[in-house]
Design a protein around this ligand. Structure first.
Ligand code: GMT
Length: 374
């Protein structure tokens, strides 16, 4: 098939899922056309089936806000028409689903009926989409899609609860490429960070409020009072300054390192003992799956779709949002040398259930069904 993929090309989970999906589909022989405002971060190799079309946004002094959605819809019309696409798959409803609707209507006037699939990723529903300033357009464009997917049962439920949705939403979870995300031998790296065999905790995120990175630091502070430990914080974002201030206040700076937006996060995960995800909301928790694939157990909250991934007492533990004491207790239990190996093994086994080879056919089946019915 010839498939157009629209996503945010940044480090965020939805962009990663969209890009990895496109790359895997290209390897299967599909022709994939990425339509984004810059080259997706993980679109980093050549394949004869991969194409990239940049959305160029013309600015004008009149515009306080350049109309990105119009530029995107125009680019979709162009690519569908001239590359003869069979399908558009847009990731993250805002504004991609409504731009796709506009493109679809324009293409109809050219005698082309292009099917559109929208994948809901999380904050497009749970945070931003619910806001009254977007809700009517989000509801309309989800209902106008020919196929809709959500990355967890919880997100599917949330979408039905908060929007007036008439369409079937199919759950297709996030996936992982176990060829890339696997424990690598990086002992020299571990030695450099933990010279005295300290336990190594890792958190990766975009440092937004919803990730509650301050809880990571608080849990670490408690753990460090009991056992020697180090913490690596991967990623960056609006909460960074606040988190740095908290580390200073708690006197933990020497044991915490901010690594920034690392591209090869699997190298860090390869030497980690525990991953912490204390999010307030999380539709799936791709970062936790990446950790599990590298044999790292997870301390998380019960928020959103995380319980569909992290299994209580097997691959890690789940606590109430903000329950730092419970997370600390659970972390210490997992880090006990008598328990850690079993948790690591379980984490990997669980990650295998989300291997890309299992999830890719779900998307391919949906594509075929939607194309046949449009
Ligand atoms: O986590 C983020 O803030 C980024 C966000 C995104 O849209 O890029 O991630 C969402 O989509 C990921 C891929 O489907 C999910 O694994 C994340 O759980 C989800 N984040 C939230 O729901 C907060």
């Amino acid at each position: 098939m010839k498939i157009g993929i629209v996503c945010y090309p940044t480090f965020g989970g939805s962009g990663v899922v969209a890009t990895e999906l496109g790359k895997a589909l290209a390897k299967e022989g599909h022709q994939i056309h990425f339509i984004t405002y810059s080259q997706p971060t993980r679109l980093d190799f050549f394949n004869q089936n991969l194409f990239y079309h940049e959305v160029t946004i013309r600015n004008y002094p009149l515009f306080d806000y350049a109309p990105y959605e119009l530029a995107l819809a125009s680019k979709m019309v162009d690519v569908v028409k001239y590359e003869k696409l069979d399908l558009l798959h847009v990731h993250y409803a805002i504004p991609h689903a409504s731009a796709a609707y506009m493109a679809k209507q324009i293409l109809k006037t050219h005698g082309i009926n292009i099917p559109v699939i929208t994948t809901l990723h999380g904050t497009d529903i749970t945070l931003v989409g619910k806001d009254a300033s977007y809700e009517p357009v989000v509801t309309f464009s989800i209902n106008a899609s020919d196929g809709v997917t959500a990355v967890s049962e919880d997100l599917r439920k949330d979408t039905y609860e908060h929007f007036d949705i008439t369409k079937d939403i199919e759950v297709i979870p996030n996936f992982i490429d176990l060829e890339r995300f696997k424990k690598q031998k990086k002992e020299h790296f571990k030695k450099a960070i933990c010279p005295n065999d300290e336990k190594l905790l890792v958190h990766t995120s975009n440092f937004r409020k919803v990730k509650r990175v301050d809880d990571v630091v608080k849990v670490f502070h408690n753990i460090r009072k009991i056992i020697p430990a180090k913490l690596l914080l991967v990623g960056d974002g609006p909460e960074r300054t606040h988190i740095e201030a908290l580390c200073r206040e708690l006197g933990d700076c020497d044991d915490i390192r901010f690594l920034g937006k690392l591209e090869q996060v699997e190298e860090v995960l390869s030497v980690a003992d525990l991953f912490i995800m204390p999010s307030e909301k999380e539709s799936f928790g791709l970062a936790a799956l990446e950790a599990m694939a590298c044999e790292v157990p997870v301390i998380s909250t019960k928020a959103g779709g995380i319980p569909e991934l992290n299994i209580q007492g097997k691959t890690g533990f789940l606590s109430k949002v903000g329950d730092v004491e419970d997370m600390t207790k659970n972390a210490l239990y997992i880090l006990d040398p008598a328990n850690l190996p079993e948790f690591k093994k379980n984490a990997l086994n669980r990650a295998k259930e989300f291997d890309i080879s299992r999830i890719l056919p779900l998307y391919e089946n949906l594509y075929e069904k939607v194309v046949a019915n449009t």
